[in-house]
Design a protein around this ligand. Structure first.
Ligand code: G1P
Length: 307
């Protein structure tokens, strides 16, 4: 039996945020990495905004230790709001309230960092039997070229699981899950879609099945939970979501088939220091308030740089 195309409304998203943030120490010693600001908003708020704009307004964040700041950020801050109100600073008041209005937030805790697959498994009761999205906080997708709406369309057309793929330089593939892909033929309006026939977590350049990297956006069905329950620790001795999805690639129902949408838009890796700096500079330089001054300064600054 083939997976049935579905028009079920997708409203749930899971955002794993239990990582240790070791790449940003000491900044992340007492603060979750997801709270690092990209210009003036915590990185995680961009991700919640992205989910909410795609209609995913029931969001479960899977947190770990040190994550109270995350919950506080998406909650009301009554004292601060009253103070801003009294001072008549309504513009700032609106920005403070913005994060509380995006979605219904739910929180779960991953007892110990056992991997992305384990974090997703924590969300099984929240998800129930519905298709849902997983968004990884380290990947920031520019809001001008969203990918989730396209992934939802692809899920509605083909059923099953949908991944976001991005072509990377061969030297970079070992930082990602890599997909073996094949063409789906000439399906009109789906030229950006491939069938995923295999997946490997962080392969060496030599053993990678292709240069298609898995981006941190997944559209999954509840079938994944059963597989995750028996997925053995893989790369880095962690339960890998990639390994669980690999099990679905040869299925035609119960979570399969697996398709990939090839993403060509702007994406920043804010889990990496360089990507984080690039995102901050780029987004700030495009802002109306900061952009003009920053661009002027950047041009002068670049001129003075040694080759
Ligand atoms: C995770 C996934 C990997 C994926 C990547 C995308 O790795 O395990 O398959 O390609 O996110 O950002 P991480 O970067 O968390 O190590």
């Amino acid at each position: 039996m083939h997976s049935q195309p579905t028009s079920k409304l997708i409203t749930k998203a899971v955002i794993p945020a239990a990582g240790m943030g070791t790449r940003f120490l000491p900044a992340t010693k007492a603060m979750p990495k997801e709270m690092l600001p990209v210009v003036d908003k915590p990185a995680i708020q961009y991700v919640v905004e992205e989910a909410a704009s795609a209609g995913l307004t029931e969001i479960m964040m899977v947190t770990g230790r040190n994550k109270r700041a995350l919950e506080d950020h998406f909650d009301r801050a009554t004292e601060l709001e009253t103070m801003l109100e009294e001072k008549g600073n309504l513009e700032l008041l609106a920005t403070v309230r913005e994060s509380t209005k995006l979605a219904h937030m739910h929180y779960g805790r991953q007892a110990s960092p056992r991997g992305l697959g384990d974090a997703v498994l924590t969300a099984s009761a929240f998800v129930g039997d519905e298709p849902f999205a997983v968004l990884l906080g380290d990947d920031l997708i520019d809001s001008r070229n969203p990918i989730l709406p396209r992934m939802i369309e692809v899920h509605q057309k083909f059923g099953g699981t949908v991944l976001a793929l991005m072509e990377v330089e061969p030297d970079k593939i070992s930082s990602y899950g890599a997909a073996a892909v094949e063409s789906i033929g000439s399906e009109s309006n789906f030229e950006d879609v491939v069938r995923v026939t295999g997946l490997v977590e962080k392969p060496s350049k030599e053993s990678a099945p292709s240069n298609y990297a898995v981006l941190g956006r997944y559209l999954l069905t509840a079938d994944i939970f059963k597989i995750l329950q028996s997925t053995k620790p893989g790369r880095s001795n962690e339960i890998q979501l990639t390994d669980a999805i690999a099990e679905l690639t040869n299925r035609e129902d119960h979570g399969g088939p697996v398709h990939g949408v090839v993403f060509n838009g702007l994406r920043y890796d804010t889990g990496d220091k360089l990507g984080y700096l690039q995102a901050t500079i780029r987004l700030a330089s495009e802002r109306n308030d900061l952009g003009p001054e920053l661009r002027k300064w950047l041009k002068e600054f670049v001129k003075g740089l040694p080759n």
